[in-house]
Write a protein that binds this ligand. Sequence first.
Ligand code: ZN
Length: 335
Amino acid sequence: MQTKDYYKILEIDEMATDSDIKSAYRKLARKFHPDIAGSSPDVVEHFKDINEAYSTLIDRRKRYDYDALRRLYSYTKNSEPETQSTYTSTPNADSDKTKYQSKNYFYGMWEEFINAQYQQKEYKKQQTPQPENGSDITSEVSITMEEAIYGTSKKINVLHTKPCPKCQGRKFVNGAVCTHCNGTGTEAEHKKFTVKIPANVKNGYKIRIANEGNPGINGGKNGNLYLLIKIENNFDFKYDGCNILRTVPITPYEAVLGADIEIPVADGKVTMKILPNTNSGQKFRLQGQGITKNGIKGDLIVTVEIKIPDNLTKEEIDLYRRLAKIGSDNIRKGV
Ligand SMILES: [Zn+2]
């Protein structure tokens, strides 16, 4: 540190409370009191620094102002390019010079600031915090296999972190820990989105939504939002290269008489013809309704499965009874 850092002088951190400051001061004032530590210029200087640091940090208004300037100073310092190479010929003398200049620079600002303490406009100008970019957010979205194949639209809720509205992310208000955010400087915000998930997505597919990550601060850029697609297990669907394999139920009478049934596909529905006398396990191929990969278009292969409806009416059961009576062919001949 090339300047007087009141926190370092008192051996405390920026989150120190008033009582931390008081006890640190008491301890150091005793240790470095010239009556105890001697009256060499270094000790006297350090003792003066301890008192100066204490009187500034214990006064909430002064501490707030000092914090603001300290941040501004450290930003200016960090944003300056390293100039060390120009000093290599006489490193010691020049590093002292640099130290001296930095110190003056900081104290010049500090003094000027104290003079202008009541000029609020000037104060606000110097206070202007630096822009900070928001971070990216990754959120998981669960979809069914059917949605993965045919595409869907999903409503999602994403948790964003934005700067605390009370302290603007500074964690302190007038030198005290912000009560709104408990000193975290941030506030959680739920944001709702409706996202279009394209057809033929695979497990682990990522959708990038630009600028919908955590918000930037003070004009910094927003982060991006990444949606990680998770496909729920669904045994009715399988992929086989570019082909989609799917099982579809049909009723006993559709199996006997044949039927035209509707099957959902990528861009709507297609009608599939069930031939009369279709058995469970029979496969039907719908050409070009699979996945397109590297210019190859796969097929949708439907396996039908005869399924008895759950809630048969009395009339239906009566008809089955009649069928049972008049049934002619013994299908278990060879069993
Ligand atoms: Zn706050």
